[in-house]
Design a protein around this ligand. Structure first.
Ligand SMILES: [Zn+2]
Length: 152
């Protein structure tokens, strides 16, 4: 199995609606996104997937929708309304869920799957240098540590 990974970085604002702590305040992060693809065979060029194509298409989507945007839960009517009143605002709405690193990882995974199909294995969103959330679809092998915990 060959595993390729690309990394992007972008800046965005968000807040967690109803969160009992400081993450309820509008704030921003310099996020890092990692997209992992895996292939059993190499193509005629000796590649699992062309890094340039993967990075170009994922960067294009992130630049258009998330970079310098405010990521919001669509139920966050107060902030959607306030920021929506500014013509310079760029808003990206999550349907019925907070724009957590977890929700972002799932969203970006869906974007990657639409572009590159089943080659896409997982997506990580780093919210800060010390923490990330990863979306891995059901049925995919979990990291070794988790598999060991699941043993009887
Ligand atoms: Zn945050």
């Amino acid at each position: 199995m060959y595993v390729n990974r690309i990394e992007l970085s972008f800046d965005a604002g968000h807040r967690l609606l109803d969160y009992p702590g400081k993450c309820a305040a509008p704030h921003g992060h310099t996020y890092r996104a990692e997209v992992f693809v895996a292939a059993r065979e190499l193509d005629a060029l000796g590649l699992a997937l062309d890094f340039a194509a993967l990075k170009r298409r994922m960067k294009a989507w992130v630049d258009e929708y998330w970079d310098h945007a405010f990521l919001l839960n669509d139920r966050d009517t107060a902030l959607v309304g306030a920021l929506g009143a500014l013509p310079e605002s760029k808003l990206y709405l999550f349907r019925g869920v907070n724009p957590s690193a977890e929700a972002m990882a799932q969203q970006l995974f869906e974007v990657a799957r639409r572009q590159f199909g089943d080659l896409v294995r997982s997506v990580r969103i780093w919210e800060s240098p010390g923490q990330y959330a990863e979306f891995v679809p059901d049925g995919t092998l979990l990291p070794c540590a988790l598999q060991e915990e699941a043993l009887p």
